[in-house]
Every structure is written in C-alpha cells, then in structure tokens.
Ligand binder design. Sequence first.
Ligand SMILES: NC(=O)c1ccc[n+]([C@@H]2O[C@H](COP(=O)([O-])OP(=O)(O)OC[C@H]3O[C@@H](n4cnc5c(N)ncnc54)[C@H](OP(=O)(O)O)[C@@H]3O)[C@@H](O)[C@H]2O)c1
Length: 310
Amino acid sequence: MLRVLEDRLPAVDAIVPLASPRSAGARLSWRGREWEVSVPGPGSFEGCDVALFSAGSGLSREWAPRAAGEGAVVVDNSSAWRMDPGVPLVVPEVNAGRASERPMGIIANPNCSTIQVVVPLEAIRRAAGLVRVVLSTYQSVSGAGQKGIAAYQAERDGGTSASSPFPGPIFGNVIPRIGPMGESGWTEEEEKMRNESRKILGMPGLEVAATCVRVPVEIGHAVTVAVETERPLEVEAAAAAIAAMPGVRLFDNSLDPLPLQTADTDEVYVGRLRRDPDRPNVLHMWIVADNLRKGAATNAVQIADVVLRG
Ligand SMILES: NC(=O)c1ccc[n+]([C@@H]2O[C@H](COP(=O)([O-])OP(=O)(O)OC[C@H]3O[C@@H](n4cnc5c(N)ncnc54)[C@H](OP(=O)(O)O)[C@@H]3O)[C@@H](O)[C@H]2O)c1
C-alpha cells in the first residue's frame, strides 16, 4: 500500500505508519525519508486527511469510528463495514461518485475478487444490462495475508506451517472453501462476492452465484465468469465495451492473461471472451488481477485519490 501510495499520489507528502505492538519503533523508508512505526492511540489520526486501514475486521470496527472522529476519512480494506448502509463500497471505475456519500466518514474497499470482477461487469451492464452472473474463482494464497504466503512456501519447501490459514495442504492442491461455511452451504467468501457485487453495481436483485477456490499460486486471482445480459450482445460489442473501461486490459484469443504477469500491476486483465454455445444472451470470460494491488492496495489508494480531489 505504501508503494502504491508513493507511485500514484505524488501530492501525499507525509504518513503516520501504525501497526501492532510487534512493530512499534520499527523504521520504514518512504519517499526518501525514514518514518517510525507506532501503535494506534488517542490522537493518532489528528491532522490526517485519509486513514488507510488494513489490519482485519475487529480492529477496523474498533478504530475506524475513532479515526473518523479525529477528522480522517477512513478507507477500510477489511470486511467490517462493507455492507453497512451508511458506508459506501467503492471501485472507482464503477461508482467513484459514491465516495462522497459517507455520513460516517468511512468508505469500504471491497473484497479482492469482487473488485476485479465488477469492472468488466459494469462495462457489460452499460452495453446490454445484467441479469445473472455465475462465477468460479482461482484465488492465490496471498489473499489470506502473510500467513497464507508463509504456509504455501513452507509446504513447497517440504515443511508445514502451524499457522496455516487453510483447511488443508495448499501446495500441489486446490481447496474449494474460502472462509467459514454457513448452513446454506455457501462460504463467507461466496456470500461476499454476491452481496458486494450487488451493492457496488447498485443492483440489489442481481442474480450472483459464486464458487470460491484457493489455488497454489502466490499472487494473482483468476475468475471465470458467465454473464447473462438483458439484451443479446455480440462478442465484438462486448469486447469494445470492456476495452473502453479505464483500468482494463483486454486480450484477444491469441494470448491468455495469466496470474504471474499481473503481479505488481494495477490493471484488470480480461481474456477468453466468448459467446455461450447455447444461450445468445450469455457471455463467458476470464478475469485476472493482482489481488494485493487492484484487489486491495491500488483500489484503496484510488479511493483516497477520489477523496483528496474532493
Ligand atoms: N490480502 C489480500 O489480498 C486482501 C485483499 C483485500 C482485503 N484484505 C483485508 O485486509 C485486511 C488485512 O489483510 P492483510 O492480508 O493485509 O493482512 P496481513 O498481511 O496479516 O497484515 C495485517 C496488518 O495489521 C497490523 N496489525 C495487527 N494487529 C494490530 C493492532 N493491534 N494494531 C495495529 N495494527 C495491527 C499488522 O501489524 P504488524 O506488521 O505489526 O504485524 C499488519 O501490518 C484483512 O481484513 C483482509 O481481509 C486483504
């Protein structure tokens, strides 16, 4: 997030790095200066224009209102506030205007897989309307944070990790369960993709069914999507609409966008665009993005940019 901030927001010239007591006193280098890390406390956010939160839901629930009370606009990466009716859920390419409607001084950054999917979906919505979205994700281990990467690397190197966030071995494996599963049989991650897509697109009745799968890839989430549109949409017209979206790179069928090539980039990559063989109103596509950049840090910094521009 600090790197993205440095790259994309030249107007930001000062930061207040906050972390857990484990990191208190550590020094980090940003914009050619050293900054000391401290733990959050009363007054930590005074004088800050924006507070970027990425420390998990419990801490966000506790600290976001305090930061907002001290005058900072909170951009929260966790799921704590995403479905709160008083908190906008923003992907700037889709609904930047919502960022100004923030009665609680909090703006939520969506789930990583949802962010990369709603950008091309919005292009299709504008061209032909949306009825139903069926998707399957192939989510990298870094989506589970540092512990996810550590578990993958330990298993790859022949060991195990006691703090693995995964319900089974991830190296050489594929796990069709991300987050706890409710009585309905849908996992929390799948519910997030359904509910958050509806909120961002402003379509509370949109039919969305997701299957979320963890794969042994370090960085880069991939998603296959089948989209049913209100009106028939030729592949060429869909391609033109997707290619015209800011922040999207569309690939023709001669090349497939792959997770490895998205690492450290900010765009959403779309490929394998094709019409359903049986249903004229259904299109299929493959969407890939760096989950740590567009799926988290980049989108948060883009929201901060919208806020700072007023
Ligand atoms: N990874 C993704 O792709 C992704 C995408 C979208 C959203 N998110 C969400 O973002 C949040 C963070 O995920 P992450 O992957 O960035 O986790 P992470 O790599 O484990 O980082 C968590 C950060 O929170 C800090 N922290 C922990 N306890 C703290 C405390 N008591 N006070 C202040 N800071 C504290 C940690 O500080 P230390 O450095 O001192 O340990 C660390 O910097 C989660 O809610 C996650 O769901 C993650």
